[in-house]
Write a protein of this length. Structure first.
Length: 188
């Protein structure tokens, strides 16, 4: 059983945006990840938790010299940085724009969470081992307790999701399913 206090819990959804949902993703398709994220958001919003959508400003992503670039899009949608309507942003939810993989650097995310007394962060999003993991590592360093919704996140490329979920996330927090997190909201 996962016990969380809605008054000190935030759901942070990473990059559920047009530029990501059109990618080839594994192990879960984008529509399933978005639908599971919405189920979690609806449950925790109703319980009184803080709801945060994070999006990356694709055109402003800081360039770096690397050995490997992210796989490109076969077809770039006209609005790659916009959160998909299916993610159902509601009045009162927060939308944070990032320009790096992680959602804390040079954004207002930490301030939003601290002003609301958040101690626990539930995480979903695309991509598991990029935006979610980058954000989670900093959240952990900042002292937040983390819960990862395994079937409400997915990644680019085979094996990346599984590696993060099995080897990284258990060191940073707790890994749960959509069903478990929705049930926890109903019992909060």
């Amino acid at each position: 059983m996962t016990q969380l206090n809605p008054k000190t819990t935030a759901l942070v959804m990473i990059d559920l945006q047009h530029g990501n949902v059109v990618r080839e993703l594994a192990p879960y398709p984008a529509d399933q990840v978005v639908a599971n994220s919405v189920r979690v958001a609806d449950a925790w919003r109703a319980a009184g938790a803080t709801i945060v959508y994070v999006r990356v400003s694709v055109g402003e992503l800081a360039p770096h010299v690397t050995d490997r670039a992210l796989p490109g899009l076969k077809v770039v949608p006209p609005n790659p940085s916009d959160i998909v309507p299916e993610a159902q942003v509601q009045p009162g939810d927060f939308v944070v724009t990032k320009r790096q993989f992680g959602a804390f650097h040079a954004t207002e995310l930490d301030q939003i969470l601290r002003r609301r007394g958040v101690k626990d962060i539930i995480m979903t999003g695309i991509a598991t081992n990029i935006g979610v993991e980058s954000t989670a590592r900093v959240a952990h360093d900042l002292g937040y307790d983390l819960v990862f919704v395994e079937d409400a996140m997915t990644s680019i490329g085979d094996g990346n999701h599984e590696f993060a979920v099995r080897n990284v996330f258990p060191l940073l927090g707790r890994v749960r399913t959509t069903e478990e997190i929705v049930a926890a909201a109903k019992q909060a």
